[in-house]
Design a protein. Structure first.
Length: 230
């Protein structure tokens, strides 16, 4: 993160984290009605984009189409390059595709195509039941701060100034959970928040192999890289 972002985190959260990154989670599955009621019937989805954000999306839509056009042109150019490439270059391309296929297979094998382990009675399930009750924003800043894992977000969904408005919405002791990179052999944005009861929640960082991944690469202990199979 930039120096200004680090300063904002320190000012808003009152700590200087070892590493931090903005993360999202997947769609929260529908829990059993009685479980949801017992947890206070908190919302299970983020709020819609506010009017100002919708205006921004509307104004940006033409740019998305232009971007899509350039993407198609780039894909065509890439295909032409492959057709004209040397045998060595074609081998590198095939190796890259094989690596991506293995990565995708590993994601499914470890259950990482799901939002969490599926046990609503586990610690991860309990956290999910309150996820958007703590903040209706669609992202969380996940910060590692000494012996704590902090989750921060603006109180409500915003399209700008998320850093300036964020506050701690959940705090987890390291003894209760660890943050781990479940696929250290591959470049992904996936992280696991793994609780001591065996339950887990998958997080997706904005940047692949970003600050949290790099920190975990330096500090992750053997065995923490294995996800719990669903």
């Amino acid at each position: 993160m930039s120096t200004s972002t680090d300063r904002t985190i320190r000012d808003r959260l009152g700590v200087t984290p070892d590493a931090a990154a903005w993360c999202t989670i997947g769609k929260i599955p529908e829990p059993p009605p009685e479980v949801h009621r017992a947890a206070g019937s908190a919302p299970l989805r983020p709020t819609f984009i506010r009017p100002l954000g919708m205006l921004g999306v509307t104004l940006a839509t033409p740019l998305l189409f232009i971007g899509k056009l350039f993407s198609l042109l780039a894909s065509g150019e890439e295909a032409l390059k492959r057709a004209l490439s040397t045998t060595e270059e074609q081998e590198r391309h095939r190796a890259k595709k094989l690596e991506e296929k293995r990565r995708d297979e590993a994601v499914v094998e470890l259950g990482l195509d799901k939002t969490f382990d599926g046990d609503w009675n586990g610690s991860a399930g309990h956290l999910l039941l309150q996820w958007y009750g703590h903040s209706s924003h669609h992202q969380r800043l996940v910060a590692l701060a000494g012996n704590r894992i902090l989750l921060a977000a603006p109180p409500k969904r915003v399209s700008i100034r998320r850093d300036a408005l964020m506050q701690v919405v959940a705090e987890i002791a390291v003894g209760d959970a660890v943050l781990a990179d479940p696929l250290p052999a591959y470049e992904t944005g996936k992280l696991l928040l793994r609780f001591k009861d065996g339950s887990w929640l998958k997080l997706e960082t904005e940047e692949w192999r970003g600050e949290l991944h790099k920190y975990l690469t330096r500090h992750q202990q053997p065995g923490e890289a294995r996800a719990t199979e669903a």
